[in-house]
Ligand binder design. Structure first.
Ligand code: SUG
Length: 414
């Protein structure tokens, strides 16, 4: 069993329509020109850098955009829909694979299978129509009996997938502690993860209630723009890396973790050294915290972490110390960052035997190089807000995705 990071390939419609209230980066960049080709190539470069570190890499595919099926279900189409609805049907948001599903490794589940529940993403209209296409992909990729793929939790219980879920475990094969993090208040911004959704998923995944925590995110974090827990905390192995203001009751959370996992290391970043605003601006906690094959943990950080002085000072001090995180790797995912999605948003972690996964969803350098060439040929260089109204763009988006599906022999996803 190993951890495989499935990254969402950035779709050809990547644009800045400002569709996510509470997501400060996306709101600040609304109306700007986007660069889908560069965005997708940044994502490919991140995947290749992770492979170079010895990590296993998988892929998830962009969705059909505009989503004609969704628009039809609303009694409209791309030509006659109001502008905001058209933009919602064109969003490339499925790139943020951390929001695709919640994953419980086999070692945690009563039936010894790896469980995945596709996220309903119901709070934001542009994300609420992702799940049917995500579910189709997960059912293909994880068709082996080692997995069980579940349909989403029904409304009104909002679920944002792995972005609000953490797991701590000594090894990939040993039973872990799973933590579901929900919002209670958002300080004027929407709360996207509902407590009842986490409880429903824990039941469906047959998790041991004794080793499952349902905890509240702090209202201050959501109000500061951390609408997903993975913007203020991340876990890997026996390490929890969190901001002091991530959770509503941090002392209780830490005490419970220390009781369940006496070897846990909690690396808490004090607000006095890194403010919540700096943490969110730099996406410090949206790093991929990974265990390297040669041992030791690394943080794969957005380049913005280095450009935020308080954050970089703190990180340098941390890696010079005796803690478990010894290595810092920077990646440039600026196009995604400008929509509020960092390195960890772009990936979904699955613990599995790679032989049980449909190989079309697994990536190596050679495949990623071919995908990069296809992106260079087919992805639009730039999208301006007014381009979203242009039927020629909609046709081009369909052709670009079709070319990718054909190359990866995934044409059943059409
Ligand atoms: O849901 N941005 C995404 C960013 C998701 C980040 N994911 C994690 N933290 N795991 C969101 O807010 C912006 C799209 C736009 O405005 O066009 C957007 O959907």
């Amino acid at each position: 069993m190993i951890e495989i990071n499935f990254d969402g390939i950035v779709g050809p419609s990547h644009n800045y329509a400002g569709l996510s209230p509470g997501n400060l980066a996306a709101s600040a960049n609304a109306g700007r020109a986007s660069f889908p080709r560069a965005a997708a190539l940044e994502g490919i470069a991140k995947m290749r850098a992770n492979i170079a570190l010895g990590l296993r890499q998988g892929l998830l595919l962009p969705h059909a955009r505009p989503d004609h099926v969704w628009l039809a279900s609303l009694g409209t189409d791309a030509a006659s829909a109001p502008a905001w609805l058209r933009a919602a049907a064109l969003s490339a948001s499925p790139m943020w694979a951390a929001n695709a599903a919640t994953v419980s490794p086999a070692a945690d589940a009563g039936d010894g299978r790896c469980h995945l529940t596709v996220a309903n993403l119901m709070t934001m209209p542009h994300r609420s129509h992702e799940w049917p296409q995500t579910l189709a992909q997960l059912r293909l990729a994880f068709a082996h009996p080692a997995f069980q793929v579940h349909a989403p939790v029904p409304p009104p219980f909002g679920d944002e997938g792995a972005a609000n879920h953490m797991r701590l475990a000594a090894t990939t094969d040993s039973a872990g502690v799973e933590i579901f993090v929900h919002g209670v208040g958002g300080g004027g911004f929407p709360v996207r993860q509902h407590a009842e959704a986490g409880r429903a998923i824990a039941r469906a995944h047959q998790l041991d209630p004794v080793r499952t925590l349902h905890i509240a995110q702090s209202e201050a974090a959501i109000a500061a723009g951390a609408f997903h827990n993975d913007v203020v905390a991340v876990a890997d192995g026996l390490t929890l890396f969190a901001h002091e203001q991530a959770f509503a009751q941090p002392a209780d959370v830490y005490a419970e973790l220390r009781r369940l996992l006496p070897d846990v290391t909690i690396v808490e970043v004090p607000a006095a050294e890194v403010s919540l605003d700096d943490a969110i601006r730099s996406y410090l906690f949206n790093a991929q915290l990974v265990t390297l094959p040669q041992g030791g943990q690394a943080l794969i950080l957005p380049a913005e972490a280095r450009e935020t002085p308080a954050v970089w000072t703190w990180l340098e001090k941390m890696v010079a110390g005796n803690g478990p995180i010894r290595r810092l790797e920077l990646v440039d995912v600026r196009q995604s960052m400008a929509n509020g999605g960092g390195p960890a948003c772009l990936r979904l972690r699955v613990v599995a035997d790679p032989a049980t996964i449909d190989p079309r969803f697994l990536a190596d350098d050679a495949k990623l190089e071919r995908v990069a060439h296809l992106i260079e040929e087919h992805w639009p260089e730039q999208i301006l807000p007014e381009d979203l109204e242009n039927p020629a763009l909609w046709v081009r988006l369909g052709e670009a995705r079709a070319a990718l599906l054909k190359m990866l022999r995934l044409t059943e996803l059409v």
